[in-house]
Structures are given as C-alpha cells and as structure tokens.
Ligand binder design. Structure first.
Ligand SMILES: Nc1ncnc2c1ncn2[C@@H]1O[C@H](COP(=O)(O)OP(=O)(O)O)[C@@H](O)[C@H]1O
Ligand SMILES: [Mg+2]
Length: 231
C-alpha cells in the first residue's frame, strides 16, 4: 500500500531531513510515526502526498511509483489520501458543512449523494449543532473534528494525520484516536505522526520512529514485511 525504498530528502547541502528510509505499510495497517521535533515526520508525510519529491529513492503508493508522477495526475493520487494537518487548513469563508461537502465536489460527487454523505459524516463526528458555523466560531476540538470529517468523507484508502492531537486536552485526544480506530476498522490504512507518547500508549500499534531523518526503530522490524528490499 505504502512503500519507501532508500528514500533520502535533502533540503540543504550536508543536512538530510530523511536519510535512507525504508518502510512498508500494508493495506489496512495502523501505524504511528514518532520521533522528536525535526526528525522528518512531516517531510515523510509530504512525500506520500507528492508535496515534495525525494532527493533519491522511491516512494510507491498502491504499487506505483509517485516520484515522477506528472503534475496532472497528482490530484488523482490525493483523492485516495485523506489528510489531517496540524493547523487544520479549514476554508475560513465556508461553513462546517461546506468545508466537508467541498471535498466531494472536487471528486465529482454532487447533489443528493453529496448532501447525504456530508450529513452522515457530520453526524458521526458530532458536528450537527455546528454544521452552519464558520471555522472562526469553532472551538479547537470542533475544528479538529471538522478537519477529520473532511479527511474521511471521501472514504480514502489512506489516512495521514500530522500531530492531530497537538494542543488538545487529553480527553479530546482520546476521542480523536477513537475516530481513527473506527476509520481503520473500515479498512483504511492509517499513519499518524505524533510525538505524544501518551497517545501511542493508549492504543498499542506499530510504532515507526525517526530520529535525525533516520528510521531508528520499528516495532514491526521482526516481521519480514519491514525488511528493506533492494532495488
Ligand atoms: N521546506 C523545507 N526547507 C528546508 N528545510 C526543511 C523543510 N522542511 C523541513 N525541513 C527540515 O527538515 C528537517 C525535518 O523536518 P520535519 O519533517 O518538519 O520534522 P518533524 O515533522 O519530525 O518535526 C528539519 O531539520 C527541518 O528544518
Ligand atoms: Mg512535523
């Protein structure tokens, strides 16, 4: 589903944001990506979205290399990937309902199907009372849930989250993790970048640890699936 082969990413000479990273995530797997600030977590997620290209190495999604994907094909790649960013990136002039429905419009789901699916996800995420509110009127937790609703409304094959519980109180963090678990139960491959060890402890799953751009630990390393393959 997701595969990195000898991936290097260099933003400036002499400094690697990612250095020889090999990783394999199976369809339907749930993994945490952890490590201190500056370890390369966000960079790795951005490579999967083709917001950045590796300096060297291969990135494969669903068996296909995305490194040299033509610009015109990038939107198709991103349709398969739901993303929750740390700063939410909600559209300020759109309501909660519109922020979510907009994602479906982009992929050509309009009319009744668009409204029905948007209502469903609004209900699932407990946002019914906020459906007509604008982002600036929402609390941190409500913004977070709107961002998650938007990431999953399209039922993506992959869900990436970058520090999704940053700045939230522990109760809300647990709720968000609960949502990720239920998304995962429907077969979505989930990768959550976080340095919140409490969060990881509360849901023991595969943990991939980066430090200084290197993959330094993977609780899955005893499993043959994570053995780096050479190309
Ligand atoms: N666009 C960029 N330009 C230059 N350096 C960058 C850029 N993005 C990330 N970096 C550097 O790459 C390293 C890894 O950053 P990042 O992936 O954001 O780490 P993390 O998300 O684990 O905190 C850091 O040293 C950071 O300064
Ligand atoms: Mg980061």
């Amino acid at each position: 589903m997701i595969r990195l082969l000898h991936v290097f990413k260099q933003f400036r000479p002499g400094m690697y944001a990612l250095e020889d990273v090999n990783l394999r995530l199976e369809k339907g797997e749930f993994a945490f990506l952890t490590g201190p600030s500056g370890a390369g977590k966000t960079t790795l997620l951005r490579l999967l979205l083709r917001e950045e290209k590796p300096t060297r190495g291969q990135v494969l999604i669903q068996g296909k290399s995305i490194v040299n994907l033509p610009a015109g094909k990038i939107p198709y790649l991103r349709r398969n990937i739901g993303v929750v960013f740390q700063d939410f990136k909600l559209l300020p002039r759109k309501t909660v309902f519109e922020n979510i429905a907009f994602v479906l419009e982009i992929v050509g789901i309009v009319g009744l199907a668009q409204r029905t699916r948007t209502r469903e996800v609004i209900r699932d995420l407990g946002l019914y009372d906020q459906r007509n509110a604008y982002p600036e009127e929402l609390s941190g937790g409500e913004k977070q849930r709107t961002a998650i609703a938007r990431a999953i409304v399209n039922r993506p094959a992959i869900l990436l989250a970058d520090e999704p519980t940053g700045n939230l109180d522990p109760d809300l963090s647990r709720d968000i993790l609960q949502l990720f678990k239920s998304i995962h139960l429907f077969g979505t491959t989930v990768l959550v970048a976080t340095h919140d060890l409490e969060l990881i402890r509360s849901f023991p799953r595969r943990v991939i640890r980066l430090d200084g751009g290197r993959l330094v630990a993977d609780t899955d390393t005893l499993d043959r699936r994570s053995v780096p393959l050479s190309i």
